[in-house]
Design a binder for this molecule. Structure first.
Ligand SMILES: Nc1nc2c(c(=O)[nH]1)N[C@H]1C(S)=C(S)[C@@H](COP(=O)(O)O)O[C@H]1N2
Ligand SMILES: [Mo]
Length: 323
């Protein structure tokens, strides 16, 4: 267990006090979860795993942390994009409860030494869950600051032993129309399943997180339970939810949004205030909670503020062309 009782934490680690208090908050979350284990049907491996994790660091120069105000849990879980449950921002919160997330498995295929179907609990075994406070900016120009729980995607991918031909990795979301009402809609724009992809070096970058929880709890269904990607320097649509397939490929895969509107949504989708979406500017964002009277309009940063960590991945690329 990575989480420790207050008595186990040396005093050198409890300054400033806010860190200590935050740890306590996190542990309260863990206790609440332990209570959930009493629910009929038991508690999933993901839930058990989320009980133990490293609390976020506070160092200003830590790329896995931001001291910006965190988006309240209520906003992060009620204003979502998850088209499998509908296109309105409040649809996921209303309808995602229908999704069964346990048992869950992930199929691994393509250019890889260890293909197969893996149970989520096996994949989580021995995985160190840590907390990372990341900004996430949607292409529609709202943004949030969320304390995610997860582990580096690189740790997981390495276990499957990608071959030397694996240049990209593609992800797919579950296709289960019986539980995902958006997939039953006659008006749906997406050719299901939702897919996304990363170049191998992006996938292996230490900032790229596989998340199983947020705010000290397991992921709410509307945020992509039981396991989703978080790529904080890219527009939100790259952070694919409820993943059931990982495919290693030699050629660049096509993502769902590229297929829907290739002029508007590129493969890279790096947050870039200099490159407008064809229908709107990307210079500013609305930090949630945002309202008519308190719009919280802030300037968007290059690579969503993670340029120091990731700019080198794109150093010889024309980012207007590769948007
Ligand atoms: N499977 C799936 N994943 C998805 C989406 C989706 O519609 N389906 N929407 C994306 C978009 S556009 C955004 S902005 C983020 C939103 O994540 P959040 O609701 O946790 O903030 O999820 C991304 N992942
Ligand atoms: Mo988005």
């Amino acid at each position: 267990m990575l989480i420790r009782k207050p008595a186990d934490i040396p005093s050198s680690e409890i300054t400033p006090e806010s860190v200590y208090l935050r740890r306590r908050e996190l542990m309260k979350g863990a206790v609440a979860l332990a209570g959930a284990a009493l629910l009929p049907g038991g508690v999933s491996a993901a839930e058990l795993k989320a009980l133990s994790y490293r609390a976020a660091e506070t160092a200003e120069d830590n790329p896995f942390y931001t001291s910006e105000a965190q988006t309240p849990f209520k906003d992060a879980t009620s204003y979502n994009n998850f088209y499998e449950f509908g296109t309105a921002k409040d649809d996921p919160a209303q309808y995602a409860a229908a999704l069964t997330t346990d048992p869950w498995s992930i199929e691994v295929e393509g250019e890889v030494g260890k293909p197969g179907r893996y149970h989520l609990e096996d994949l989580l075994k021995g995985m160190d869950i840590e907390e990372r406070v990341y900004r996430l900016r949607c292409v529609e120009a709202w943004s949030m600051v969320i304390p995610w729980l997860g582990f580096p995607l690189s740790t997981l991918l390495a276990r499957f032993e990608p071959t030397s031909k694996a240049k990209y990795v593609q992800f797919e979301t579950l296709f289960r129309p019986s539980e995902m009402r958006g997939q039953r809609s006659a008006f749906s724009t997406i050719d299901w399943p939702y897919t996304e992809g990363l170049r191998m070096d992006e996938a292996m970058h230490p900032l790229t997180l596989m998340s199983v929880g947020m705010y000290g709890k397991v992921l709410p269904n509307q945020n992509g339970a039981p396991i989703r990607l978080v790529v904080p320097w890219k527009y939100g649509f790259k952070s694919i939810k409820s993943i059931t397939k990982i495919r290693f490929t030699e050629k660049q895969p096509r993502s769902s949004w590229q297929r829907i509107a290739p002029d508007e949504y590129g493969f890279y989708a790096n947050v870039n205030p200099e490159v407008d979406h064809p229908r709107w500017s990307q210079r500013y964002e609305r930090r949630l909670p945002s309202s008519l009277f308190a719009p919280q309009r802030i300037k968007t940063q290059m690579f969503n503020g993670y340029a120091e960590q990731v700019a080198s991945l794109y150093k010889d690329m024309n980012l207007r062309r590769y948007y």
